[in-house]
Design a protein around this ligand. Structure first.
Ligand SMILES: [Zn+2]
Length: 332
């Protein structure tokens, strides 16, 4: 009898913790959404925003206090990043953002309707809205009236057709052909200048970018005369130079030439995922080049943007081969 009782008590003792654990798990499952909601509200939609890695945000605040318009004008809603999260990070870091939609063949957005739908989503927020023009065909995909609803337009010289008729996207190694690096560079400079001259862009992004195969020779290939040709074209057409803080491009010789030519500089990180990234290289450039607040680009008032000043390109440029076969490819 006493043995039975003892067995009964043993089972009870074992059951109590098991049932307690079951109860605890059930309680947690039921209340989890409530805690999660409370946390979201407390954090003001900042959940899932990666913490800024950089110690440089206090420096950003110092520059802002000194009158520098510190902006990251090359931000994408990638990797699940929402506008709300971008706005929250902008408030936390003191950096104003320009958020860009990629428009071009091989990209999800290729027409007026899709572009305007995106604009409608982003416009209500305290960010600039921009178009990152892709490839050379973008001017045929959307109407000038559509482009004119954005605060600024930028592009880069990373998609063009070489002298042998091959369309290349420089960030995709399989598409890059370099038989002769000197010829490649001359073509790159020629195409870059054509883009600056013909396309209604406010900023040249990713300046001096080279395909991976040539990156080791960057300093030799970007000769002073090649740099000067690009910089002079930008000066003639009032195009600002992006300082890309993620790739740390362009390097100092091109930045110094740009400063000497009186170009304005914009900062960008071109985030490939939800982490927007820091502006440390751009802040270094302010000090290294002795930039003043007025040397930094700010989106121009409507009426003074490139799309207001320049005619909309109607003819295909030599770098525009109308290649409609560009396959979708993740943008660098
Ligand atoms: Zn981009």
């Amino acid at each position: 009898m006493s043995r039975n009782r003892s067995k009964f008590e043993d089972q009870t003792l074992r059951r109590v913790p098991t049932e307690f654990v079951r109860w605890l798990v059930t309680a947690l499952i039921i209340t989890a959404p409530i805690f999660s909601l409370a946390q979201t509200q407390t954090m003001g939609h900042q959940t899932n925003v990666p913490e800024p890695r950089s110690e440089g945000w206090s420096r950003v605040r110092e520059f802002v206090r000194a009158g520098y318009p510190i902006m990251n004008l090359h931000v994408h809603l990638k990797g699940g990043l929402t506008v709300e999260q971008a706005v929250a990070e902008s408030e936390r870091t003191g950096v104003r953002y320009g958020i860009a939609i990629n428009v071009g063949l091989g990209f999800p957005t290729t027409n007026d309707h899709a572009v305007l739908e995106w604009l409608q989503m982003v416009r209500p927020y305290p960010v600039y809205c921009a178009i990152q023009a892709e490839g050379r065909e973008w001017v045929r995909l959307i109407r000038p009236e559509t482009a004119a609803r954005f605060d600024y337009i930028f592009t880069d010289a990373m998609t063009w057709t070489d002298r042998r008729g091959r369309c290349m996207r420089l960030w995709i190694p399989a598409e890059v052909h370099v038989e002769d690096p000197e010829e490649f560079m001359d073509t790159l400079v020629e195409r870059t200048v054509e883009i600056i001259e013909k396309e209604p862009i406010d900023i040249l992004a990713n300046p001096s970018y080279l395909p991976a195969a040539l990156m080791d020779h960057y300093d030799q290939l970007w000769t002073p005369s090649r740099i000067q040709r690009v910089v002079d074209a930008m000066a003639r057409h009032g195009v600002a130079m992006e300082i890309n803080a993620r790739t740390r491009l362009p390097r100092w010789p091109m930045l110094r030439a740009a400063k000497a030519a009186g170009l304005k500089f914009s900062f960008g990180t071109n985030n490939p995922g939800a982490e927007i990234g820091d502006l440390n290289y751009a802040l270094e450039a302010i000090q290294e080049l002795g930039l003043r607040p007025e040397d930094l680009f700010t989106p121009r008032p409507w009426g003074q943007r490139a799309c207001d000043r320049k005619p909309w390109p109607t003819q295909a440029s030599p770098s525009n081969n109308g290649n409609a076969e560009l396959s979708p490819a993740p943008r660098l």
